[in-house]
Design a binder for this molecule. Structure first.
Ligand SMILES: [Fe+2]
Length: 243
């Protein structure tokens, strides 16, 4: 089974539509943060609901946008975008976001999904010690996570932790017997690894392969909409530099 892995879409319709031109997958999963930052929250939620992923977990921005959380820990630009999103969302889409499950969630015997770390949906995995600690919080060989917006593969084998930052079109062969993985596919709608191209992953559980993909998309259109909506200008500017 080939799973399309989407994470941190952040109301970026142009990025999501570009990814959907890629069709070499059977099912999709979403690792949360459908909304927040970008200017098309309803269009993104509508499109994702139409795609009907087999599993979606909620992200921290989804929780604030639908009213489950007040975003007190958010920095200014994130909080103001989350409240703008809350005002924009239709009742139907607000209900959809509020009913998304908390991760980690097992999708099939090979893998689970979470937004932040499997220990805590709001925690970032940005270092080896934090990654190492989190391997005890999921039972499947693989846990896919998002939240940091940075593509990475952590691998734990015989008690040894290694990691790699995958290249734009990396194909990583996995050993699902005796090795565990924490994998971030990168962010669809707001990459933060210095590469502005939209990011997604494909996990092929039959071939035991994780693919990383990056695509150019019309980010100028996403920027123009953010500026027109009077969202913080920084949110538009950062899309061009991938941070
Ligand atoms: Fe995010």
């Amino acid at each position: 089974m080939r799973y399309l892995i989407l994470s941190d879409i952040h109301s970026n319709l142009e990025a999501l539509e570009t990814i959907l031109e890629y069709r070499a997958y059977d099912r999709s999963v979403c690792l949360g943060d459908l909304v927040g930052y970008g200017a098309n929250p309803n269009e993104v939620v509508d499109l994702l609901r139409k795609m009907d992923p087999v599993a979606t977990v909620r992200g921290n921005h989804d929780k604030v946008a639908c009213g489950l959380d007040q975003g007190e820990e958010f920095v200014f630009h994130a909080r103001s975008a989350a409240f703008w999103t809350r005002d924009q969302l239709t009742q139907e889409n607000r209900d959809y976001l509020s009913h998304l499950p908390q991760g980690p969630l097992q999708v099939e015997p090979a893998f689970s999904i979470s937004h932040g770390s499997p220990r805590d949906e709001d925690d970032y995995i940005l270092s080896e010690p934090v990654a190492l600690h989190n391997f005890r919080f999921f039972d499947t060989p693989i846990c896919l996570f998002g939240h940091s917006h940075i593509p990475v593969v952590f691998e734990l084998k015989n008690g040894n932790l290694t990691y790699q930052l995958p290249s734009d079109s990396a194909v990583i062969h996995l050993d699902l017997e005796g090795t565990k993985y924490l994998i971030n596919p990168g962010s669809v709608g707001q990459p933060r690894d210095g590469n502005p191209r939209t990011a997604f992953g494909v996990l092929d559980t039959g071939q035991q392969v994780m693919e990383f993909h990056r695509l150019e998309y019309p980010l100028e259109n996403a920027q123009a909409k953010i500026r027109r909506a009077n969202l913080p200008a920084f949110l538009a500017d950062r899309l061009a530099v991938g941070y």
